[in-house]
Write a protein that binds this ligand. Sequence first.
Ligand code: B12
Ligand code: SF4
Length: 547
Amino acid sequence: MIHPHDRADVLLIQPPIEDFYLTRKRTFPYGLACLAGVLKAEGFKVALLDALSVPKTRTLVLPVAMTYLLPFYGRPDTSPFGLFHRFQHFGYSYGHIGKAAKASGAFLVGISSLFTPYAEQALKTAQAVKENHPGCKIVMGGHHPTVWPRAVMAHPAVDFAVRGEGEAVIARLARVLKSGTDLAAIPGLVYRKPDGQLHCPAPVIGEHLDQLPLPARDLIPQRFYHRGGQATLTLTASRGCPLHCSYCSVGAGSYLRYRKRSVAHVLKELDSALKQGALGFIDLEDENLSLDKAWFLALLQGIRERFGNDGPELRAMNGLFPPSLDLETIKAMQAAGFKTLNLSLGTTSCAQLQRFQRTDGRAAFDKVLGWAEKHDLSAVGYVIAGAPFQSARQSLADLIHLARRRVLAGLSIFYPAAGSKDYDLCHRLGILPASHGLTGATALPVAHATSRMEAVTLLRLARLLNFMKQMVDCRMPLPAPAMAEKRVANPKDRVETGLRLLSWFLKDGRLRGVTLDGEVYCHRVSESLTREFCSSLSQGVLRGSGM
Ligand code: B12
Ligand code: SF4
């Protein structure tokens, strides 16, 4: 909340989102903290309202445009294999944000719009701010306005949009608004010209990351981002990625260029966070953290020197590229505090790897899993399903590939990321969803070689597979196949419920859900896929995940 005593020149807002789920703890508004750091260094008083830093949720009526999802997510399911069934507003209400903006008295309000699927919520935030605090100017930045500046500027509440990285823009904009000088000199700034036309320059990116002030973490409610009761540091040590994956909007083909900060600058950020207190967890959100081996080893060494053998857990939640890892790196990662490797595999299909324009990382993936096991690290392997021309059979083969290995299965549904090659491909194929709000993964946005029914089946099978893997990890035998029943006695006991559903699945291959009061029902899924899953799984070893 912004209190009257928090009055600021500039208020930065991370908006709420509306979806079936939210990956909590990873929503630390790092980009806004970077902008706040620049503004503070330039002498502005800054406040930051992180609307996602509260556990508040409100169940919404499913938008009419999303009712096609009802057959897939419709019924509540309390079992461990349940997907989503409630469409929710996550974070502060628009009314609360509007009032906070007014209380701040800021002359400039910056709103981030990182995600195209949630663009509407960023615009509603702008609307609420303008209604409550009409005297301010509103600037919107992030990936969405970078790719869709005109759509954002079509909203009357938005005065400016920024294309690219905001550090080069935000303080200059604040100064120009104070002095009334020329907006045209500001790179990346989109605005309406007196003749009503838009001034819409190319995206801007920072050249010298080491010259940027450190992110103003102190403005963000740290406690919300604690993990296991301990403080978390989220940071990116590099920006962009030099690879060309077709589904990605931040790789080499995008406006972002691959740039690394110096190890010293990253460690300075770590030291500054440590001055605020001990850390239990460090999440490095880089696109491709381990690509430059020497640099990565130096970073790991610097971290290890600070903590010895008793430091925070390190994690690269955004995924590691297996071909960039070798034994020396894995050992250094383990020594510095990594306990789990989040590995991006993509797929095991050669044809699909080519379509994704990804190096064949299958052999590297296996090597890394071998080293991980030897050095007592657990692993999650990420595959994408449902991309154009990618069949459900291929994705099933990916799941079985993961079943046979000591790794948790992370299956993500393809979404057409604005600015990626695959977005253009979907456009050419005529399979783009009708609106931006339907492009997120939970909207099962693309139905091409994999149908929506198959996509949701794959998601459920991945959950079931991971439940089985957890049993292997706990050295529990899999339950014997059994005839299904109509109810479970204690639906709140997730393990017992999971075991029963699994025993019935092993008998008849049907995926079931359980309502809050214990009624058992069958999900609508692709039965040919589940049958194939059962038969393929039974033909080899099932391995745990090492978790
Ligand atoms: C961390 C992250 C998340 C976190 C949330 C982060 C948050 N703040 O809430 C989590 C894991 C929850 C997440 C989820 C999703 N994400 Co994500 N995520 C990222 C990631 C990896 C890093 C973001 C980051 O910190 N970058 C580093 C900082 C420095 O950059 P930045 O935040 O972009 O900010 C800079 C500029 O954008 C700009 N800027 C930002 N805000 C503002 C505001 C103003 C006023 C100005 C002037 C400038 C400005 O200046 C900043 C400083 O340079 C990016 C990839 C990337 N490289 O950005 C994807 C990314 C943003 N995610 C993306 C998407 C689509 C999603 C999903 C919606 C995908 C899905 N499943 O459908 C999910 C939603 C799942 C859910 N409901 O939980 C896309 C967005 C593309 C698009 N146009 O939509 C990206 C780019 C990944 C990709 N390649 O596709 N994500
Ligand atoms: S998906 Fe990952 S490896 Fe591929 S281009 Fe994007 S950031 Fe790089």
